[in-house]
Design a protein around this ligand. Structure first.
Ligand code: CP3
Length: 342
């Protein structure tokens, strides 16, 4: 039995003594303890693929920051790799794919990933993490949304506009759907394997949601996310985080997720009105708030907590932690949430 299941209860809409809190990108570069482990490894991908070390950095923020959940240390790009499209993580630049998807033949060459065999290293890391956590807090598993993964698989790297990926949607819609279908099936296998290995909750990251039009989002992104939710929502609580997609909040009320992630551009009261009372909301402090003085962090965080209210809220930032944030200020944010009472 979990000693602290606040996040799971909040996701299911049950009462909690206080608002639970975790941080996107909590396992990473704001912790010197992470950088130490990272330096021992050849690189980021080696760390992701070595379950003992992946488990170690997954547990670090629970010990050091006191967050109410761990999130498995991995990356959304493990799915393209398992499908046959490997990536490199270039220092200070981000992901890079040697081969990209351009044609039907490229899509036909891709495998549908099988979570248990192709991604066994993630499942091993989950099992080791669960043992190390010893039921202190839940473990969050995750995957990229199909559109976010298509974006990288077609573009080949990060981009401000993802113009190549968006061009693919306009000029090759049939192929885009073929690719999204394969990614979706892979993701369902992968998330079910994460849950079988011990993940207590799942988050779907749609990091480039906000660069599609509402019409494109409804055609190329939402139906695939919705199918993934249908497959796993009866197993564990599911969070959908569609970054910058303010226009899709009303639609998210109607899919089988428990929680909707908000970024800091989304007004809290307006989001609640659009999404309704039946979903939990997660977020949504601006990561840059954590560059402020402590009194500003405290007053803005408390303002945010009051705006969300005592029920159906999981406190987080509106996106991941930036690498140059000070660990003490990050911990202060966590403490402000944990000490606040309505
Ligand atoms: O949240 C956590 O602490 C868990 C681990 C996690 C990572 N990536 C580790 C990581 C999670 C949940 C992700 C998700 C991810 N990866 C997303 C979705 C979330 C988001 O930020 O929108 C995306 C788009 C990626 C792809 C990716 N991975 C990029 C663009 C980059 C480079 C830029 C950057 O932020 O560093 C990565 C690398 C990455 N993933 C790092 C970490 C800790 C840094 C690598 C390093 O240590 O050198």
């Amino acid at each position: 039995m979990l000693q602290n299941d606040l996040i799971l209860r909040a996701a299911r809409g049950e009462k909690t003594e206080r608002t639970p809190v975790w941080l996107m990108r909590q396992a990473g570069r704001v912790l010197p303890e992470y950088r130490e482990v990272r330096a021992k490894m050849g690189g980021f991908i080696e760390l992701v693929k070595t379950p003992e070390f992946a488990a170690e950095v997954t547990v670090q923020p629970v010990d050091i920051l006191g967050v109410d959940a761990a999130i498995i240390f991995s990356d959304i790009l493990v799915i393209p790799e398992a499908m046959g499209l490997p990536y490199k993580m270039v220092e200070a630049r981000g992901p890079w794919f040697e081969h990209t998807i351009k044609s039907e033949a490229d899509i036909n060459k891709l495998r549908i990933a099988n979570g248990v065999d192709d991604l066994s290293y993630v499942c091993d890391a989950i099992r080791l993490t669960k043992a190390a956590l010893a039921d202190r807090v839940p473990l969050i598993g995750f995957a990229g949304a199909p559109w976010a993964l298509l974006a990288y698989m077609v573009e080949g790297s990060g981009s401000k506009t993802f113009a190549r990926a968006k061009k693919f949607l306009y000029t090759e819609p049939r192929l885009a759907h073929m690719l999204l279908e394969k990614i979706t099936q892979s993701t369902i296998h992968y998330l079910k394997a994460q849950i079988a290995a011990g993940a207590d909750m799942i988050q779907i990251f749609d990091s480039w949601a906000g660069i599609l039009s509402p019409q494109q989002y409804r055609e190329f992104a939402l139906p695939y996310i919705s199918r993934i939710c249908d497959e796993i929502h009866s197993l564990v609580p599911v969070t959908v985080f569609a970054k910058d997609a303010f226009f899709i909040r009303k639609d998210l009320a109607n899919i089988n997720c428990h929680t909707v992630g908000l970024d800091w551009t989304m007004d809290i009261a307006e989001s609640r009105a659009l999404i309704g009372a039946d979903k939990t909301l997660q977020g949504n402090a601006d990561p840059c708030l954590l560059y402020s003085d402590l009194d500003v962090i405290k007053s803005e965080t408390e303002k945010m907590l009051r705006a969300f209210g005592s029920h159906r809220h999981i406190a987080n930032l509106g996106h991941g932690l930036y690498p140059d944030l000070e660990k003490e200020k990050v911990k202060f944010f966590v403490d402000v949430v944990k000490e606040f009472r309505f």
